[in-house]
Design a protein around this ligand. Sequence first.
Ligand SMILES: NC(=O)c1ccc[n+]([C@@H]2O[C@H](COP(=O)([O-])OP(=O)(O)OC[C@H]3O[C@@H](n4cnc5c(N)ncnc54)[C@H](O)[C@@H]3O)[C@@H](O)[C@H]2O)c1
Length: 321
Amino acid sequence: MNGFASNRRVLVTGGAGFLGSHLCERLLSLGCDVICLDNFFTGAKRNIYHLLDYPNFELLRHDVTFSLYVEVDEIYNLACPASPIHYQFDPVQTTKTSVHGAINMLGLAKRVKAKILQASTSEVYGDPKVHPQREDYWGHVNPIGLRSCYDEGKRCAETLFFDYFRQHQLRIKVARIFNTYGPRMHPRDGRVVSNFIVQALTNEPITIYGDGSQTRSFCYVDDLIEGLMRLMDTPDQITGPINLGNSTEFSMLELARKVIDLTGARSKIVFKPLPSDDPLQRKPDISLAREALQWEPRISLEEGLRPTVSYFESLLKAETS
Ligand SMILES: NC(=O)c1ccc[n+]([C@@H]2O[C@H](COP(=O)([O-])OP(=O)(O)OC[C@H]3O[C@@H](n4cnc5c(N)ncnc54)[C@H](O)[C@@H]3O)[C@@H](O)[C@H]2O)c1
């Protein structure tokens, strides 16, 4: 990244999670002071174990639904379970994490005059009626379904960010993140990439929900982190929301075949009914990110799947040894 000032104190909420741990690592490599906050609901110590020896890394066990006071220059608000299995486990807590978490972190940003970035999601578009999704599409979301605690929680968090921006002139950035994958994804969170890889590595059947024609776009974690950091670095008038994701679409069937090829698995593909409210197609329009951040994903699905497969291989080995 160009012109990156390294002497910043940065708070990363959800820092022990999949995306958070990569973000902490990247910020530390640039010389920032990093406070990693997590309640370890879906995060893991193993994700940040290798960072504990850095003198400029601090780990804070804390729940974002409670208020916090720390002196920082920037806040990346990533704390929130991100997969249906985890966010539906305690849906009330999920909404609280998104909404109370946003209020607490925005309150902190206001008090210490920090810049704050929200990890929002493509789920704010719900089951979209417009393809690909641009940031000015308001979405098609079920407010009372099983996924609503996450989708509506994230939508409300965006509302709060923009109200703090208008009412208190806070410096805000909102990223709408689309499916991202890579090492340190949770092995059993039901997300499609980790699911397929774990099933392939254990020679279990690969389960596809629906007929496999539904498409997703997959962004490799390094590309995504670069996008988040570029967004944080934009001038104050750029608030987002900005879509960050890969716009190349793959059907679930294509993904399953790629994973089988890469792992050399003997797995069969089996089909199961689609869960409720599962969108049939989702693809970001990333023109705004291209223009405002000079950003686009660079890592192909094959390139990204290789280190991801290696990560799961060593994780499964460690679990069975
Ligand atoms: N990975 C993706 O594809 C994706 C897509 C869209 C949006 N996002 C968003 O990015 C963020 C990070 O996602 P991820 O994939 O790394 O998920 P993750 O589950 O690996 O990380 C979330 C982290 O937040 C922590 N957390 C949860 N509730 C908390 C609370 N109340 N207080 C403190 N910490 C809490 C968890 O322990 C975990 O470490 C989430 O906000 C998610 O909604 C991710």
